[in-house]
Design a protein around this ligand. Structure first.
Ligand SMILES: C[S@@+](CC[C@H](N)C(=O)[O-])C[C@H]1O[C@@H](n2cnc3c(N)ncnc32)[C@H](O)[C@@H]1O
Length: 346
């Protein structure tokens, strides 16, 4: 297979560069910095997701109505293009079908590979579409040549992206003890002390690791015939760690995307939700008082546009608000930032 440009490698625009946050901010890892002064509402750059990873979140009702690759609405009067294996996936154009096929669909098609259908079903049972995004990311590697040496993870084109083990990016669920509808409130222990909590946390993390290990084994089998150069990522005892870090990468770097291509308001608004990883945008750290924001255009839902909110000096870090526009209380925001992203409350 020819070595085609790999979307994971970050190609910065001339307005910005990725580098380590130094000094007191060094615990943030890398960040994106302005290479020159910028004016208010300046378009810094625009980009598409790496390997075209827009996807629907197990939303069967919506999935037939939106392009499976770019999430644009498939209008009744417009021509659609179907997966050549006839798995039911529809696309808005040949370009989208080809892009999906190149990135992941020729190996991750439930007709070409029935084990893939089973994997998606398991991901759905786990209520976790990150497993699907992680699989797409791994499948996309077959188009990339590994860097020269080092252990396999350091040779991936996403080496350098934040990738905590994903069991560190989630909080043990707390079930609603007020909800008596399931009659199970007696099983919810009240007044746990810190030792009980720590023990339940350990139990939860170990269950997540076991689940990840099973999914890694399944994914290794699915990719076995297509992904030989990279198969060692999911081989041996390190397999669950590798998938766990990839899941963590997906969890802390993906952005919600939304397609809204019906009427402006009322019942005829069509909504589809997806997630995607943007190579350069994913280098941007969070700031509640951010100097930049991410905009999108409903007719091109997967493309993101990063713009300044205010004038920015050369050398200043460029940040976005990770939870911008989300209807969370201050307490919920702190909780999500801390548990999902590992960002301490200020
Ligand atoms: C999308 S990545 C941002 C780029 C990342 N710093 C890197 O090195 O690739 C999100 C991760 O960056 C770190 N991060 C982002 N904003 C932060 C902040 N305000 N304070 C501390 N860490 C932050 C957290 O580890 C978070 O999970």
């Amino acid at each position: 297979m020819p070595c085609l440009p790999c979307g994971w490698r970050r190609q910065c625009p001339d307005t910005a560069e990725v580098r380590a946050c130094g000094g007191l901010a060094s615990s943030k890892g890398n960040g994106l910095f302005a290479t020159r002064s910028l004016v208010e509402d300046e378009l810094l750059f625009e980009e598409d997701p790496v390997c075209g990873m827009a996807m629907l979140m197990f939303d069967d009702a919506a999935s037939g109505r939106f392009c499976q690759h770019c999430l644009v609405l498939l209008r009744e009067d417009s021509e659609t293009v179907s997966c050549l294996q006839e798995c039911g996936a529809s696309y808005c154009s040949h370009a989208c079908r080809d892009a999906a096929k190149w990135a992941y669909h020729d190996v991750l098609c439930p007709v070409a590979n029935p084990r893939w259908g089973e994997y998606v079903e398991r991901a759905r049972e786990c209520g976790n579409e990150y497993y699907v995004l992680a699989a797409r990311a791994l499948a996309s590697l077959r188009n990339c040549t590994p860097a020269d040496d080092g252990e396999m993870w350091t040779r991936t084109p996403w080496f350098g992206y934040a990738a905590p083990p994903w069991w560190q990016t989630m909080k043990r669920p707390i079930y609603d003890t007020d909800d008596e509808s399931d009659g199970d409130s007696a099983s919810q222990p009240q007044d746990l002390d810190s030792e009980d909590n720590a023990s339940l946390d350990r139990f939860f993390q170990s269950a997540v690791r076991t689940q990840t290990s099973e999914m890694a084994e399944e994914l290794a089998a699915i990719l076995a015939n297509s992904d030989s150069v990279w198969s060692s990522l999911l081989a041996g005892p390190q397999a669950s760690e590798a998938l766990g870090r990839l899941m963590g990468l997906v969890r802390v770097n993906s952005m919600a995307i939304q397609s809204q291509t019906g009427g402006d308001s009322g019942d005829d608004v069509e909504l589809a939700k997806g997630m995607a990883i943007y190579p350069v945008t994913s280098a941007m750290n969070h700031d509640a008082e951010s100097n930049c924001y991410v905009a999108s255009n409903p007719s091109e839902p997967q493309r993101c546009y990063v713009r300044t909110r205010r004038a920015v000096a050369a050398g200043e870090e460029l940040c976005i608000d990770y939870l911008s526009g989300a209807p969370y209380s201050d307490e919920q925001r702190c909780d999500i930032l801390q548990h999902q992203y590992g960002i301490p409350s200020t």
